[in-house]
Design a protein around this ligand. Structure first.
Ligand SMILES: [Zn+2]
Length: 201
C-alpha cells in the first residue's frame, strides 16, 4: 500500500483534515491530524498499522512500547501484528514511567507513537526503556511529520505516512490570501465539525 492509500484511510475517518486551521502556535495550516479519530475504528487502525508492521518483519524485536495516551492503541495493534509483547509507559506525577509492566535487561524495544513531529517527546520513553535495562531500537509511528532539517533524535524506523505539512505566519498565509476558506480554531469539537463540513462542501 502506498502513502496515498494510508492518507485516504486517515481522511475517511477524519483523522486527517484539510482546510484552514489556526494552530496552538498561532500559525495557520492547511491540514490537521487528530489521530484519536483513527483509533476509534479498529479495522482502519489495523489496516494502517499493517504498513508499519510490513517494514518491521525482519527486525529482531521483543517489545513494543507505546507512551500513553496516543501510543497505547498503536503499540497494541503493532504487537498483535508482529506477534510481540506490547506495553505502555505513562506519566506518574508528570514523569514518564513504566508503572504496570517490566522490561527485562537486554530486551529489544521499539517505541510506537501516533504522530512524531520533532521526536523530542519520545526521549522520555527511551529513558524509561533504558533505565529498565532495555535497548531502544527506534521509533515507529502512524504519521511522520519530522522535517528533513530537524530529524528526530531517535531514528524513525517505520511509519505509515510521511507528511510535510507547511504552516504559515498569519500575515504570510496563502489560504488567507486566497480568501475562500474560513479559519478554523482547533480544540473545539464544534469547530472541527464545521471544518469537516466546509471541506465536504
Ligand atoms: Zn490563514
Amino acid at each position: 500500500m502506498s502513502n496515498v492509500n494510508a492518507i485516504e484511510v486517515l481522511k475517511s475517518c477524519e483523522a486527517f483534515l484539510e482546510g484552514h486551521f489556526l494552530l496552538s502556535s498561532g500559525r495557520h495550516s492547511s491540514a490537521y491530524c487528530q489521530m484519536a479519530y483513527l483509533q476509534q475504528h479498529p479495522d482502519k487502525s489495523a489496516e494502517v498499522m499493517s504498513l508499519v508492521a510490513d517494514q518491521l518483519k525482519d527486525m529482531d524485536i521483543d517489545v513494543v512500547v507505546g507512551p500513553a495516551m496516543g501510543g497505547i492503541v498503536y503499540a497494541y495493534e503493532l504487537g498483535k501484528q508482529l506477534g510481540k509483547r506490547a506495553i505502555f509507559t505513562e506519566r506518574v506525577d508528570n514523569v514518564m514511567s513504566l508503572k504496570r509492566f517490566s522490561i527485562e535487561p537486554g530486551e529489544k524495544c521499539i517505541i510506537a507513537e501516533d504522530v512524531v513531529t520533532t521526536g523530542i517527546s519520545s526521549l522520555e520513553t527511551k529513558r524509561v526503556i533504558e533505565e529498565a535495562g532495555g535497548i531502544c531500537l527506534g521509533i515507529t509511528c502512524v504519521v511522520d511529520r519530522t522535517k528533513p532539517e530537524a530529524p528526530s533524535p531517535i531514528p524513525i524506523i517505520a511509519s505509515a505516512v510521511k507528511l510535510d505539512l507547511p504552516n504559515y505566519l498569519p500575515e504570510e498565509c496563502p489560504i488567507c490570501a486566497e480568501g475562500k476558506l474560513p479559519l478554523v480554531h482547533l480544540g473545539s469539537r464544534k469547530m472541527k465539525e464545521k471544518a469537516v463540513q466546509s471541506i465536504n462542501g
